[in-house]
Design a protein around this ligand. Structure first.
Ligand code: MTE
Ligand code: MO
Length: 553
């Protein structure tokens, strides 16, 4: 034990401060990740980024060296690098504040960048790294300040007590020789935060150890919090859904296959996600049940096994969010496997005065769906499958609603557990209580995907392409307008059904070089022409025409 530690911190204690501070930060960051964005654990995202960035020879070498333990080896490697950088940051902070904190903050930036660049990252993805960085910076500041307090009092102390150091006795207690203190320094002694370097070191190590232990406890808490999620993920992975009684067919001609155009079926991993759930609910199908009650003759309860034993059909429905701006991407199309809600309502037998079904998710979100929409012949379903898979957790596993023609906020309840048959004048749903319309039929819309905004394109044949939708009504046509000219008819791909979006394209063969603007509008199967009147998303969905500007070289 270096006895000079109280006078000059040296490098060991500052390094300990750095490591303890970073351990604290990483711990609270992992806890934050468990709560808000499980996919954004700072540790895991940095590891994932390294895997993506590593050249293939490095990956091959890692696999050759560590075999299936290659990922564990990577995480351990990151941990070791982190310990080294943290130790160095502690030393730096003790000598050149605030540079140690700057280094620790930069580690957080690395985590945030790694998280934000993950596929499917939401804005929440940077939160765990930010929490980790803030936690580590504050802890480092705190710990190094305790060291420098010791450094400041030491000269005074050494002038009064050359023997002031720790002598651990056999019982592990600390006994310190009591030096004679000259009367003149009596007051000074009372002002000094700690009388001697040995005790400072001890208390410092207590604080540092405490910070590290808190970090470990926070990380462990995060791990425990996610136990339910891990269990449900394992259950989901082991599920084989029953074969569809009726399968959906997606005509080959529904997919134009144009580069940059949204695919007609949206892969699950690319499907937009909108919900109020801070943490994705982990629902075990074995304990899941749906209760249908309220204004009904018979209350109905349905378990997971009972649902899977029913004849399930595939249907293709395009979901859209009311918050989708003109030209926005909060829309996706999937093949859903499910059971008609109409059949379950028939069992429950709603009374004549009912006009709404308030669906509720396990986390309390509610949606108000007109009763007649759930009773007519459209594919309003309790869905268990999405594009051939059990529903992904974030899309409502094990069971959600999918209702063609209505925005998600009034129809597409994920993790659904309760259907209350009621009346619009007797109950209201989550978003209605927050200023949104109580009913939300999807509006006629169209979007340009190609060219991208500002994209330079080669002269000659310029392909303009996008999607158009008016679920449960259908699209009759799409027109484009180039540079405020005449509206020209675009070509539609084969529509899957009136409940899905349809791709369209327009080939501009005589595009002169220069900057051009293209605008799109769709016409519904019922003759409605998409309005150019601009309206924001509140309270019942945006209107207006999408346009793009691009350069022909
Ligand atoms: N439980 C629950 N279900 C929900 C929501 C929610 O916040 N909670 N949001 C709704 C909204 S606003 C939309 S647009 C759709 C989005 O479904 P997705 O995330 O699967 O794309 O889910 C709906 N279902
Ligand atoms: Mo939504």
């Amino acid at each position: 034990m270096p006895e000079t530690s109280g006078r000059r911190p040296g490098w060991v204690l500052p390094a300990v401060a750095g490591v303890a501070a970073v351990a604290f930060g990483v711990g609270v960051g992992e806890l934050a990740a468990a709560i808000v964005a499980p996919a954004s654990s700072p540790f895991v995202v940095v590891g994932s980024l390294l895997i993506d960035l590593a050249p293939s020879w490095a990956k091959d070498a890692a696999i050759a060296l560590f075999g299936t333990a290659d990922k564990a080896a990577l995480l351990i490697g990151i941990g070791l690098v982190l310990v080294a950088v943290a130790g160095a940051a502690g030393v730096l902070e003790a000598r050149r504040p605030p540079w140690g904190r700057v280094v620790v903050g930069l580690i957080g930036v690395v985590g945030a960048v790694a998280a934000a660049t993950r596929a499917n990252a939401t804005m929440l993805a940077v939160v765990p790294s930010a929490v980790a960085a803030i936690g580590a910076v504050l802890a480092l500041q705190f710990l190094v300040r305790r060291l420098s307090l010791a450094g400041r009092v030491a000269p005074d102390e050494s002038s009064v007590t050359p023997a002031g150091r720790v002598a651990p006795d056999e019982g592990g207690r600390v006994s310190r020789p009591q030096p004679p203190i000259p009367a003149a320094t009596e007051g000074l002694k009372k002002l000094a935060p700690r009388p001697a370097n040995g005790v400072d070191r001890r208390s410092f190590l207590g604080w540092a150890g405490g910070a590290a232990v808190l970090g470990v406890l926070a990380a462990a808490g995060g791990y425990a919090l996610q136990a339910g999620t891990r269990a449900v993920t394992a259950i989901r992975d082991s599920i084989t859904l029953p074969r569809a009684a009726t399968s959906a067919t997606v005509p080959a001609a529904a997919e134009l296959g144009i580069d940059g155009l949204a695919p007609v079926i949206t892969p699950n991993a690319e499907f937009y996600r909108i919900d109020t759930a801070l943490a994705v609910p982990a629902v075990d199908p074995a304990t899941w049940s749906l209760r249908i009650h309220g204004l009904v003759e018979n209350e109905v309860t349905l378990t997971w096994d009972e649902l899977l034993a029913l004849p399930l059909d595939e249907s293709v429905t395009t979901l859209a969010c009311v918050s989708n701006e003109v030209g926005g991407s909060l829309i996706g199309n999937a093949v859903w496997l499910g059971y008609p809600i109409r059949e379950l309502l028939a069992r429950a037998a709603p009374t004549a005065d009912a006009d709404m079904v308030l669906s509720r998710s396990i986390d309390g979100f509610t949606a108000s769906t007109p009763l007649e929409v759930l009773q007519d012949d459209r594919n309003a379903i309790l869905a268990v499958g999405m594009n051939g898979q059990p529903l992904p957790a974030e899309h409502g596993f094990p069971v959600r609603m999918v209702v063609p023609g209505l925005y998600g906020y009034v129809s597409a309840t994920k993790w659904v557990v309760d259907l209350e048959v009621t009346r619009f004048d007797a109950a209201s749903a989550y978003w209605t209580d927050r200023g949104w319309s109580e009913r939300g039929p999807i509006k006629l819309q169209s979007r340009i995907d190609v060219p991208r905004q500002g994209q330079p394109v080669a002269a000659g044949d310029v392909v303009i392409a996008g999607v158009a939708w008016h679920q449960h009504v259908g699209i009759a046509g799409v027109e484009v307008q180039l540079d405020d000219g005449e509206w020209r008819e675009a070509t539609l791909a084969t529509a899957i059904s009136d409940d899905t979006w349809v791709q369209w394209h327009y080939d501009w063969s005589d595009a002169p070089s220069g900057t051009h603007t293209v605008r799109v509008r769709a016409t519904s199967a019922d003759g409605e022409v998409q309005t150019s009147r601009r309206q924001g998303v509140v309270p019942d969905g945006a209107t207006g025409l999408h346009e793009r500007t691009f350069k022909v070289r």
